[in-house]
Design a protein around this ligand. Structure first.
Ligand SMILES: [Cu+2]
Length: 182
């Protein structure tokens, strides 16, 4: 059986392609996800758990870019300040973060930044920017850099690997059916 190695090769390459694509999904470091159902009411499950914006609080080092991602099915607002003050949007604001979309803000200065959703004011969160937070945030920043660099690279690599896998499958099929060799 000359064709057997091609089947094994296809399986291996398919596995590599799947593993290569997999890290593109899921939450990355310094990302805050908006909980599903957060806009329902002040009694939404995430309100009691204090994670309508998750993780909450998020602690980062100065200079970190934080990404808010709306993983809910409703539109939300990300507005710096508290529902009880009149500071909405004084530092940062995304007034129509649609489902599946992201909003980014880079925190240059240390401090505690409150934010909330002005449409659903029970949704509140904090970003803590601390110079002393290097122990926990440095590996996370490194992870972000690695993830960001890896995601665009994995696409073409996975495509090439898949193309090779398909080609080896064609060769495998051709050999098993007795079609003349190349
Ligand atoms: Cu909202």
């Amino acid at each position: 059986m000359k064709s057997k190695p091609f089947g094994a090769l296809f399986g291996l390459l398919a596995l590599v392609a799947i593993l290569g694509v997999a890290p593109a999904f899921g939450q990355t470091a310094n990302e805050i996800d908006i909980a599903t159902g957060a806009g329902g009411s002040a009694n939404a499950a995430c309100v009691a758990a204090n994670n309508c914006f998750a993780p909450n609080p998020l602690t980062v080092a100065p200079g970190t870019t934080v990404t808010w991602k709306n993983t809910d099915t409703a539109m939300h607002v990300v507005c710096s300040g508290k529902p009880t003050d009149d500071e909405c949007g004084k530092v940062f604001e995304e007034d129509s973060l649609k489902p599946g979309k992201t909003f980014q803000f880079t925190f240059a200065d240390a401090g505690t930044y409150d934010y909330f959703c002005s449409v659903h004011p029970w949704m509140t969160g904090q970003v803590i920017v601390a110079a002393g937070a290097t122990t926990s945030t440095t590996p996370m920043q490194n992870m972000t850099t690695t993830d960001n660099a890896a995601v665009p690279e994995f696409g073409p690599v996975a495509s090439i690997v898949l193309a090779i896998a398909v080609m080896s499958m064609v060769v495998f099929a051709a050999k098993t059916r007795g079609i003349p060799k190349f």
